[in-house]
Each structure stands twice: as C-alpha cells, then as structure tokens.
Design a binder for this molecule. Structure first.
Ligand code: GLV
Ligand code: MN
Ligand code: MN
Length: 392
C-alpha cells in the first residue's frame, strides 16, 4: 500500500471531533463518534460488507457470513481521551478497511469470515470504564451494571445507547476465531515500522474521595482548617514517589473540587489514580502504599478519604505462538509489551488475540501531538493484510 492511498482514506476522518487544542473530543456515542460510526457504515456499504451490531454498541462489517464460525476480527475504537490524539483507536479501523481492499485486489478468498470491528467506549472517557464494549461482548461486565454507568451530565450508558446492552455474545469462542488489533505504539519502544505485542501491563483506576470541612478562606484560622485539598496534594506526590520506587507508573490527572471557589476551603476533593505495573503484585502493592499514605495524611489533616476501585484490567500475556508466528511472517518484526490498555487485552481472555503496533516517532500518545508517519501507517496496512491472509 502506498502512503498516499493510506492518507486519502485517513483524511476523510481527520477533522471529525478535532477541537481548538488540535486534540480530539470523540466521546463514545456523542456527536463526533456518531459521525464516525456513520462513516464506518458508509465504508462498509462501499465495499458491500453488511454491518451488524452486537447490541452493546460495537459495530462489525462482514466479509463473509456474519458470525459464521471462527471469524477473524480486526479493528479498534473511534473514541478518544479528552483532547487526545487522532491515531489511538481510529488507525486500527481505517487500516482494517484498507487491508480488506488490499486482500481483494490481490484476489484473496477468505476461508473464514473477516469482520472489521469498531469497539465502543474503549477509553472510558465518557462513562468511566475503559473497554466497556469489549467487556460487554465477552461477558466481563454485567449488562445492568454497564447500563447504569453515567457520564458527567448524568446520562446513562443505556440512554446513550438507546437500549439496555445485550451483554455476552452467545457462542463467542466458536464464532470468533481470532482478533487482530492494529494500534499506534504509545511509548518509545518501537524502532521499526511495525511490531507485535507480547503483553499488557495490569492497570486500573481508583477514585479517592477526600472530605473535610468547607469554610471561609479569609476568616478560618490556619490551625482550625480541615482542608481535603492538602490531603489530595500530598497523595498526588506520594503516588508519584511510590511509583518511582516500585518501577511502576502512577498518575493523578483528573480532579473535581467542591465548591471549587477561590475563597472557600473545599468540602470535597475527588481525585482519580491511574496505576500500572509490569506485574499484578507490584501494582497491588503500589496502590496499597498510596492508600496507606493518603489515609495517614488524612489523619493529620483532620480529613477523611474513601477509595473506590472503578476498574481493574488484569495482566495480559498475548498468545505467544500467535505473536511469534506473526513476527516471523512480518520478517522478524520486533515483539514488545505495552503499558496501555486495549480491547484486544479484554478479548484475549476468551479468544486468540494479537496486536500489531505502528511506529510512533515521538512515543507521545493521549495528546494532540500523537503522530505516525503515513509511510509507517501504510506498512501497518501491508502487515495487517498479510496477517489476515495467513489467518483466513
Ligand atoms: C487506554 O488507552 C489506556 O491505556 O488508558
Ligand atoms: Mn488510549
Ligand atoms: Mn486505543
């Protein structure tokens, strides 16, 4: 595939959901995402690929019998983190359509159905739970629980979807033979156009509710304050320190404050911890250490802290035989782990799954600066087509 052919299709979606920051606001099932989902249906129509959905918000465009045995799924997600980049997610969907084009141009007749897939709400940017669509598809979350998740305006997932989600696909393991997710690489680990994933670090999100006593910023004596902002601030620093000590990653990047007034001591500060590590015991120990330090500090500040685990994604080891096979097929493509979460990680609990990574020259992701060269994206399409040919 040539870079201009890649760029021609890529340019069709480049402006959708892009805002002044240069980043994207593509919240699941919100207007830009709905435009992208229409684009998906149009692309499928242009190629005579019938589209089905699974009642959970995930879309499938079929080359071959919908939900026939051992289908090979390939795709990713349209939604972005707030003000994120344009590649994380959509690159896998655009590449999947182009790989189908390439296979057809080569005269390939698949022996198994191939489906281009768009998973819903991968980032958890709207409803708070990452990989919501793939969790529903695989039965990793109860439909009723997913239905009740709310966005920041109080809209439930069921309302946004227009129905209670259907939940696990019956006969999933015989219907899906494999999932191949192509994705932009998100670290600085890949120095070749295309690589193959070996593993995903375990990771999760914990909500910390720090409560204290709201009062007047001008009149309350310093000694009399019970200020949860102090406990929060200490916890942010403690999370950073504990992660460094453990060789792990911890981030507190989202915060809500009540009443959020310049001249009022807050009554509530709500902060979210994103924690990741190479193995589960290290991640668990990291979170335990952060909670312990937050709790001790709350005791000194006269505040309280309550911690809720909002989502946990287990450690993923992708199918080694499949990764080795794909690496060999692609001329000894590098095999590398990632600390970013993916729908492929969720699917890997049920079906053979692999990921292809496309080089990211800066490693920057979840930021407007996220970028991949068109020539590398075209190489990604070639690799994906090669893999789909081999598997079907
Ligand atoms: C998803 O991209 C994540 O790793 O948070
Ligand atoms: Mn992401
Ligand atoms: Mn992604």
């Amino acid at each position: 595939m040539s870079a201009p052919v890649f760029s021609a299709l890529w340019s069709e979606i480049e402006a959708i959901g892009r805002v002044g920051s240069g980043g994207y606001l593509r919240y699941a099932l919100d207007t830009p995402d709905l435009v992208l989902r229409d684009w998906f249906r149009n692309q499928a129509d242009r190629r005579d690929l019938p589209v089905t959905d699974d009642g959970n918000g995930n879309l499938f465009a079929w080359w071959g019998e919908p939900w026939g045995r051992d289908a090979v799924l390939t795709g990713s997600h349209f939604d972005s983190v707030p003000h994120g980049g344009g590649f994380d997610g959509p690159l896998g969907i655009v590449s999947a359509f182009l790989a189908v084009d390439q296979l057809r141009a080569d005269g390939h007749t698949p022996a198994k159905p191939i489906a281009v897939v768009a998973f819903v709400e991968e980032e958890g940017g709207r409803f708070g739970l990452p990989c919501l669509g793939s969790r529903l598809l695989t039965g990793a979350i109860e439909p009723a629980k997913a239905a009740a998740l709310t966005d920041r305006d109080g809209v439930t997932f069921a309302e946004a979807l227009g129905a209670t989600p259907a939940g696990a696909l019956p006969g999933l393991t015989s219907r899906i033979g494999a999932l191949i997710e192509l994705h932009i690489e998100q670290g600085r680990q890949l120095d070749a156009p295309v690589g193959v994933a070996s593993a995903i670090w375990p990771h999760g999100r914990w909500r910390f509710d720090f409560t204290g006593h709201g009062d007047h910023a001008g009149t309350t004596r310093m000694a009399d304050r019970r200020d949860p902002m102090l406990t929060f601030a200490y916890t942010v620093l403690a999370a950073n320190k504990e992660a460094r000590l453990a060789g792990a990653h911890a981030t507190m990047a989202r915060v809500e404050v009540e009443p959020n007034a310049t001249n009022a001591i807050p009554s509530l500060v709500r902060g979210w911890l994103d924690a990741r590590a190479a193995d589960t015991p290290t991640m668990d120990a990291l979170v335990e250490a952060v909670v312990k330090r937050a709790t001790e500090r709350a005791g000194r500040d006269g505040t309280e802290v309550a911690v809720t685990a909002e989502s946990i994604s287990a450690e993923v080891a992708f199918d080694t035989a499949l990764a080795d096979r794909l690496s060999a097929l692609l001329g000894d493509a590098p095999i590398l782990p990632t600390s970013a979460g993916h729908d492929a990680g969720v699917l890997s609990a049920k079906v053979p799954t692999a990921m292809l990574f496309v080089r990211n020259p800066t490693g920057i992701s979840h930021s407007p600066a996220e970028f991949a060269e068109p020539a590398d994206c075209a190489a990604g399409v070639d690799a994906l087509a090669e893999v789909l040919r081999e598997l079907t």
